[in-house]
Design a protein around this ligand. Structure first.
Ligand SMILES: [Zn+2]
Length: 163
């Protein structure tokens, strides 16, 4: 994990002029985030969000290590948004997911993307359980991108659960 103490260092690392809502990121084997001491001052988030952000970004590292890329993007993002909620709740407050999304300072398209990714992944977790969803992801990882994942999802969603 790399901690950042200035917006400039964070932007230099990302390679563009980042905005205040950009507060953390995942790379192949590590995450980057603003240091606790400067987090609220240099980002648009409250510190209560800090630990759940680390969970979220770590989930991306984990996903990248299994699938070796970030596809399907809605699932990679949906898994991270669901897992950050499990342990910490949205911004430390469980069960207010819609409010959480309304406060994400993204554009409409990004907001819609995060919400739909969250919801469909949430339903998959409810339907399959986390263990079988991880089996599905591992099966997808054998032929990522080229896989007809709609068919793969059907196979899991409509299969009898034999676990
Ligand atoms: Zn994410």
């Amino acid at each position: 994990m790399i901690l950042f103490y200035t917006r400039k260092d964070f932007s230099d690392r990302r390679g563009w002029k980042t905005r205040r809502w950009e507060h953390a990121f995942a790379e192949k084997d590590m995450i980057g985030i603003f240091a606790p001491s400067v987090y609220e001052r240099l980002t648009s988030y409250k510190f209560v969000r800090y630990e759940s952000t680390i969970v979220h970004e770590t989930c991306h590292v984990y996903y990248m290590n299994i699938v070796h890329n970030f596809t399907p993007k809605w699932l990679a993002e949906g898994l991270a948004t669901n897992l950050e909620q499990y342990d910490y709740g949205w911004r430390g407050k469980p069960r207010v997911d819609h409010l959480y999304f309304m406060k994400i300072p993204f554009g409409e398209d990004e907001l819609e993307f995060y919400r739909s990714g969250y919801l469909i992944t949430h339903m998959l977790i409810r339907k399959l359980g986390m263990k079988r969803l991880m089996s599905l992801i591992r099966e997808y990882a054998r032929k990522p991108v080229k896989t007809n994942y709609e068919r793969l999802f059907d196979k899991f969603v409509y299969a009898k659960n034999t676990d």
